[in-house]
Design a protein around this ligand. Structure first.
Ligand SMILES: [Zn+2]
Ligand SMILES: [Zn+2]
Length: 388
């Protein structure tokens, strides 16, 4: 029986999302029906709503979620109803060279489905007033329920609050993976993290766990203060004069590595320019479509810098998520520090405004009101140290 649920629907780029009733088809072979409990608002959701990339409309956005399994489609093994899961936007097809070598984010079949607003397992499960609705990032989790590929449901051990589980699904995975998997950040190295939103703050935490010394860069003073409270050696306003100085000194004293989490050209160039000869730069931020970034290839060659793209943690979420969860449960990754505001699903446009204005670190939607849940949103905001 198809189920009725509520979703935040994007009907036109640049317009607010509308809370509408939608219908989800039954989970097909290799799919599961989940009840959403929490979803983070990622900058990609906001960029997509603003039309930075092509996407079929109408659409339900949301790709960073925690949920409970409600029903299994035919042939699904290893999951059961009631189980708490982190949603992954990299289910992969399971059969191509990328998938079998543990890099499902590179799967071209999944990428095509993502681009078309479908699931890797079949058509978009969503319908609303006027016909089909596209599913964003193979998930569409700004809704009471979702039908996703079973490979998108990564089991979550007990003890992780829903809002943190949600953030692990994109921000944490992406930032952590950039530091640990793409750059293999080593103890004793010095690195720069450009942009201190959810992804940047996660990269910073991961690099600190690796034993690196980290400088954070962000125009927002409250983000810089929080980065310093988390252990960043220094946090710098990218617009301050000191940055020019750091760039001048980079050939001798530049950073060993940098992670750029912001999708704009000045941030990308800053990450490259701050890095020492032979250093590595991981680019995580998504540029808008068809916007080139000028790179000084003379410097690239003469300084032997290495620029690497890093998507969604690079390695399989099934591998990375359990590692992140165990570091969180051990206290090594204080992921609660990433949550700076909570909203209900029907306040989603306010949450988008907070993200658009880079207020706080990460806004999380509490969708748990849909019914009883064993995956609770924690009741108090974590300690927060606003800047001057
Ligand atoms: Zn994201
Ligand atoms: Zn594949």
């Amino acid at each position: 029986m198809p189920i009725e649920t509520t979703a935040a629907v994007l009907r036109a780029f640049g317009r607010p999302l509308a809370i509408e009733p939608v219908t989800l088809r039954d989970p097909g072979p290799g799919e599961v029906l989940v009840r959403m409990v929490a979803a983070g608002v990622c900058h990609s959701d906001v960029g997509q709503a603003d039309g930075e990339w092509e996407f079929p409309l109408p659409a339900v956005l949301g790709h960073e979620g925690a949920a409970l399994i409600e029903a299994l489609g035919p042939g699904v093994a290893g999951l059961e109803a009631g189980q708490a899961v982190v949603l992954s936007l990299a289910p992969g097809c399971g059969a191509c060279a990328h998938c079998v070598t543990g890099r499902p984010i590179r799967c071209q079949r999944a990428l095509r489905a993502m681009t078309n607003g479908e699931l890797v397992t079949g058509a978009s499960p969503l319908r609303g007033a006027g016909g089909p609705i596209a599913a964003y990032s193979l998930l569409a989790c700004f809704a009471g329920h979702a039908v996703v590929a079973a490979q998108s449901a990564v089991p979550l051990p007990p003890g992780v609050p829903a809002e943190i589980a949600a953030l692990i699904g994109c921000a944490v995975l992406t930032g952590f993976g950039a530091a640990v998997e793409t750059l293999h950040v080593a103890a004793g190295t010095r690195g720069a993290v450009i942009g201190l939103g959810g992804v940047g703050m996660s990269a910073l935490q991961a690099a600190l766990v690796c034993g690196a010394e980290v400088a954070g860069f962000d125009p927002q003073s409250e983000r810089r203060s929080r980065a310093e409270a988390l252990g960043a050696g220094t946090a710098i306003d990218p617009d301050s004069e000191g940055v020019e100085d750091l760039i001048k000194k980079a050939p001798e004293e530049g950073f060993d590595w940098s992670i750029v989490t912001v999708g704009n050209a000045p941030a990308m160039r800053m990450g490259i320019d701050l890095t020492r000869p032979g250093g590595k730069i991981a680019i995580v931020g998504l540029m808008p479509e068809n916007v080139p970034v000028p790179v000084d290839f003379l410097d690239l060659v003469t300084y032997e810098k290495v620029i690497l793209g890093s998507a969604y943690g690079s390695v399989s979420p099934e591998v990375l998520i359990p590692r992140i969860v165990s570091l969180y449960l051990s206290g090594a990754l204080p992921l609660g520090e990433l949550v700076s505001a909570r909203f209900k699903l029907d306040q989603i446009n306010e949450a988008f405004a907070a993200s658009r204005e880079a207020r706080g670190i990460r806004a999380v939607l509490d969708i748990s009101s849909a019914g009883p849940s064993n995956l609770a949103i924690t009741s108090d905001l974590p300690a927060y140290h606003p800047g001057p």
